[in-house]
Design a binder for this molecule. Structure first.
Ligand code: ZN
Length: 484
């Protein structure tokens, strides 16, 4: 069946870049785009009216943790005065042996919520960089029913982070766990790569550059090459990690990863903020941006999350001009890719004190074309004949917006993930009228809220000082909870 999206502002891919057509049309059939641009002359079977909407390739959200991000609203608060804005509260560095993982049902509820939340924020392709703690079969079923395109693999590491009774973070080595984790991830990929009608694809996720040793990282990259899948690790994500790698390796995380052959065009680096280019690293030796550009690795930039920690990439524009492939991701809540475009652009301007940095064109490219490079996919992130029919329709004409001349600038300036009206993946409509087609949203939210509530309730059981969430992260005002 041939479907034509008509009447909207169409972002079509031509001559190596995006171009916009007012009152354009996108036609797709059997999951693939057959036409994108001006009016389509041939016959079609059905029409979708996109008047007043942007018709764009769905965004690629390169940083979602479907099982870990559930309780991360805590990350929005940075009143912790230790750990130098690392994520250890959400990493949940517990007293060793005290933390019980959430029950399977709770984990399933959280990941269902996180995936749907990310889809509603404009992502048609989701890179799950750290979810998938077991229960693979149901994960594949969930992807099938939600209709998203997902790259995933169980994350693994050989050093866990714990706190001692004085609250000091330490690494606890377990080389065997890392080796087993990689083997399990390879098994997962062999079993599930191409599941859910080809929308679920495998990737390897050695968790963090400092929690995986050199041998494990080398073996992981070798396995990724053999399996022909992308690989992701967190690197340059926080100062503790930067210092740890500097101490162990006598070079920066980026230089180290390059030297051991980990970086190439199929590698995604989560964050890549603390490099030789960042003043806080105080390490002006070498040039990590040149290394990133020369290896072809992608930096998955999550601007809003970092802004909450008073950290900015130094800078979006500088990375771009150095030739680094930039993609965007959200990491924490809200997983709103439309807002992320705005944050990326605004923070680029602030970081460089240059109002011409971080152009809408460049942030939009990062959220679409940039995210496809490490995936090795030239049929995603664009609307052109032969590309997969992964399309979002975003409402632009309403009173929260303003009259505009350029719909891309309007999207970046005024847009929100809540304006995503329709999402289509592989030709299947998965969000319609702003709501999930396959799931009861209120139920998904309620189950996730209960599951996350249970996670929060158990924090004193494993926190080094037995603190409650409210003690670790005080509310804005004295807060009288029901039943207090
Ligand atoms: Zn992450």
């Amino acid at each position: 069946m041939k479907t034509c999206i008509t009447g909207g502002w169409v972002v079509a891919f031509r001559n190596g870049g995006h171009e916009v057509f007012e009152g354009g049309e996108v036609v797709y059939e059997n999951g693939a785009v057959v036409h994108a641009g001006g009016a389509y002359a041939g016959p079609v079977d059905e029409r979708i009216d996109a008047t007043g909407m942007l018709v764009a390739p769905g965004f690629i959200n390169t940083h979602v943790h479907t099982s870990g991000n559930g309780g991360d609203t805590m990350l929005m608060d940075m009143l912790k005065n230790d750990y130098r804005t690392t994520n250890y509260m959400s990493f949940a560095a517990p007293i060793k042996g005290r933390q019980v993982p959430p029950a399977g049902e709770d984990m399933a509820a959280i990941r269902r919520f996180v995936l749907l939340h990310a889809m509603k924020g404009g992502a048609t392709t989701i890179i799950d960089v750290g979810g998938l703690r077991g229960d693979w079969e149901r994960y594949a079923e969930l992807i099938e029913s939600l209709g998203a395109r997902v790259y995933a693999g169980p994350s693994f590491r050989e050093r866990n982070t714990f706190t001692d009774p004085q609250g000091r973070i330490y690494y606890d080595s377990d080389t065997e766990a890392g080796r087993k984790g990689l083997a399990a991830a390879v098994d997962y990929i062999r079993a599930f790569n191409g599941a859910a009608g080809g929308r679920l694809r495998g990737m390897l996720n050695p968790a963090q550059v400092e929690t995986c040793g050199e041998a494990l990282l080398r073996d992981t990259k070798a396995a990724a090459r053999e399996l022909n899948v992308p690989v992701h690790t967190h690197a340059g994500g926080n100062l503790l990690e930067f210092a740890e790698i500097l101490r162990e390796q006598r070079r920066t995380p980026i230089q180290y990863l390059a030297d051991i052959g980990f970086l190439d065009a199929r590698t995604l680096i989560g964050h890549g903020v603390f490099t030789t280019a960042h003043p806080w690293s105080h390490y002006p030796f070498g040039d990590d941006l040149r290394v990133l550009a020369e290896t072809g690795a992608t930096v998955g930039h999550c601007p809003y999350k970092y802004a909450k920690m008073a950290i900015v990439l130094r800078s979006f524009q500088r990375y771009l001009e150095a030739g680094v492939t930039l993609a965007l991701g959200t990491d924490t809540f809200p997983m709103d890719m439309v807002s992320e475009l705005r944050w990326a652009g605004i923070l680029a301007k602030v970081a460089d004190e240059n109002y011409q940095a971080g152009q809408p064109r460049d942030t939009f490219n990062a959220a679409t074309l940039g995210g496809c490079v490490f995936l090795g996919r030239d049929d995603l992130g664009r609307l052109a004949p032969g590309a997969r029919a992964d399309i979002i329709l975003v409402r632009l004409d309403h009173l929260h917006s303003a009259p505009y001349r350029d719909p891309i600038k309007a999207l970046v300036d005024f847009g929100s993930g809540r304006d995503v009206d329709t999402a289509i993946v592989e030709g299947r409509t998965v969000i319609a009228g702003g709501h999930a087609v396959a799931l009861d949203e209120a139920q998904v939210y309620a189950h996730a809220r209960d599951a996350i509530g249970r996670f929060w309730q158990h924090v004193p059981d494993w926190h080094w000082a037995g603190a409650t969430v409210d003690q670790v992260i005080p509310p804005a005002y004295p807060l009288h909870r029901r039943g207090d």
